[in-house]
Design a protein around this ligand. Structure first.
Ligand code: CTP
Ligand code: MG
Length: 270
């Protein structure tokens, strides 16, 4: 019985570029970590929260979450290597603490404004018998699948290129012919069938443990690691169901996202 949550906060926040761990960055005067932990506790359906923190920052992170509910929230070291590895470490700590937990949530501190109703929706779906549940929204952008290295060097306007040494970042290639890292479109999945997935994702404990065990080899390399936990369940052939997410559960990744979060909180105050 019981619901335990792993709150991932061990990332460095490179894309936000705040000069310190992203989870300690404040929005509306409170850290992302504190807001995310408070949101889980406020749902009323979470019994215990395990925060994964950068190993060098355990004390500062503890101070932050002690303000939420000292007895319900603990802080353990995550992994600098991949989110997947951090979740696995948090999951081990969570099940040490609550060996009988039926439901495990995995939530990103970076989704600091997630309304408690999303957490309640996800837990209810797991309790209804779904082994893996993700909250999600329809996507606004048309999404293309790309592959590297398929473009012959031809001159032309505005190529989009991956930025060397910055995985996941794209820049306009301007008028130059594409370099060796150029990408080409290989497909356009039908937008109506796509969903942008959020957290918390919810699992029956056995499903999540088994998925992390089966995918363990991937966690040592960020490029191979799963960016969400449901992905590990899918890789094992498990069924993942979707419930409604929420606009305010967006992930704070860049300075623009932080500005959006500030604006959302200002709106709530007035
Ligand atoms: N995370 C983690 N351990 C890692 C990497 C990420 O616990 N090794 C957590 C982050 O703290 C964050 C969540 O996973 O709450 C989602 O990751 P992301 O938004 O990518 O955060 P960062 O990795 O910190 O940011 P960046 O990728 O820009 O460095
Ligand atoms: Mg990251």
């Amino acid at each position: 019985q019981g619901v335990v949550a792993v709150l991932t906060a061990a990332g460095s926040g490179r894309r936000l570029g705040a000069g310190g761990p992203k989870a300690l960055v404040r929005v509306g005067g409170l850290s992302l970590l504190r807001r995310a932990a408070q949101g889980l506790v406020d749902s009323g359906v979470v019994d215990h929260v395990v925060v994964t923190a950068p190993a060098a920052e355990l004390d500062r992170f503890r101070v932050e979450v002690d303000a939420v509910a000292a007895e319900a929230v603990e802080v353990v070291a995550g992994s600098p290597v991949s989110r997947q590895a951090s979740v696995r470490l948090g999951l081990e700590a969570a099940l040490d603490r609550m060996p009988g937990a039926e439901v495990v949530l995995v939530h990103d501190a970076a989704r600091a404004l997630t309304p408690p109703e999303v957490t309640r929706r996800v837990v209810a779906a797991v309790r209804a018998g779904h082994g893996a549940v993700v909250p999600a929204l329809a996507v606004a952008d048309t999404v293309k699948e790309v592959a590297p290295g398929l473009v012959a060097a031809q001159p032309g306007p505005a190529y989009l290129s991956a930025v060397p040494d910055r995985p996941g970042c794209l820049e306009s290639g301007g008028e130059e012919p594409p370099g060796p890292w150029a990408e080409a479109v290989v497909g356009t999945p039908e937008r109506a069938r796509l969903r942008a997935v959020q957290t918390p994702q919810g699992f029956s404990a056995g499903v999540l443990v088994s998925a992390h065990r089966a995918g363990a080899a991937r966690e040592v390399d960020e490029a191979l690691a799963a960016s969400d936990d449901a992905g590990l369940v899918e890789a094992q052939g498990g069924r993942v169901v979707v419930v409604a997410g929420h606009e305010q559960a967006f992930k704070i990744t860049t300075p623009l996202d932080l500005a959006l979060a500030e604006a959302v909180l200002r709106d709530e105050d007035s």
